[in-house]
Write a protein that binds this ligand. Structure first.
Ligand SMILES: [Zn+2]
Length: 271
């Protein structure tokens, strides 16, 4: 089953795309079009729909928030059809150049991760009416970028927000980097959070503040238990609501609460 929703917020056109072989999609993903820019490209399973949606749209560039397959899934196709460049962080470009391996669950939920040539982002991405500044915000992935449009208070936040109280990390997420990146966002001026899975059209900064608080509290909690002599397993048992198991099983351990604990224990606190 496919879910396609289309809405406008000011001059930003928002597309919500969900796919599931049976029943309703578990997760959907957003891509945004603003003044000939396409920010993220959604999952490859929705390639036909995305191609159709954008057929008549004039586009000058594709910006990627990070390399993950649910954001880069249609970059190659759109870049070819519209003859436009894809821009991303240099490490995202490196991964995307050859294509990157994904797990069976990622293939099932999102579809293939296709190779695409990407070029580095300039300091400012200017369109006719807007100026977007890319800000490197590692944590969810090393190559994660957000785009701020100061005049309008827009923040295209990729997967840095997702929710105030997240329960899982992918295995490549970094706890302290996420805290540092959220702190970086607190210094920026914005109100609208164009999150790639969960847009918050008002009070976006407050949402970021709450997520930062949640992560700092959880980080402190995990480190405190470790200081008391709790093992990694014991910490997970103490803090983990049992619902971790299904996700962990489905994703072969790639997405879990355990990844959050592991990352908090591994990283040096600089936040
Ligand atoms: Zn992601």
């Amino acid at each position: 089953m496919n879910v396609i929703k289309n809405d406008f917020f000011g001059e930003v056109e928002m597309f919500q795309l969900g796919y599931s072989p049976i029943g309703s999609p578990l997760m959907s993903v957003f891509m945004y079009v603003v003044d000939e820019l396409l920010i993220d490209t959604a999952q490859h399973h929705m390639a036909k729909v995305v191609g159709g949606i954008l057929r008549e749209t004039s586009l000058s560039r594709i910006l990627l928030t990070h390399h993950h397959e649910d954001h880069s899934g249609n970059a190659a196709m759109i870049s070819n059809r519209h003859a436009i460049p894809v821009m991303a962080h240099p490490s995202a470009a490196e991964k995307l150049r050859l294509g990157f391996p994904i797990l069976p669950y990622q293939r099932l939920v999102w579809g293939k991760a296709l190779a695409v040539a990407a070029t580095p982002l300039p300091d400012v991405v200017e369109t006719n009416r807007f100026k977007f500044t890319p800000v490197h915000t590692p944590g969810h992935s090393k190559d994660h970028i957000v785009f701020i449009e100061n005049q309008h208070g827009w923040l295209f936040s990729g997967d840095l927000y997702l929710g105030e109280r997240i329960k899982f990390f992918r295995s490549d997420e970094d706890f302290c980097d996420q805290i540092a990146s959220l702190k970086k966002l607190m210094k920026l001026d914005f109100d609208t959070l164009f999150c790639a899975h969960n847009p918050c059209l008002k009070n976006g900064k407050q949402k970021i503040k709450k997520k930062l608080q949640f992560l700092e509290d959880l980080y402190g909690h995990i480190r405190k238990l470790a200081e008391k002599g709790y093992s990694e397993r014991a910490i997970i048992k103490e803090l983990d609501p049992k619902n971790d198991r299904g996700v962990k099983w489905l994703t072969m351990g790639n997405v879990s609460f355990a990844n959050m604990v592991r990352s908090a224990l591994a990283s040096n606190s600089n936040g």
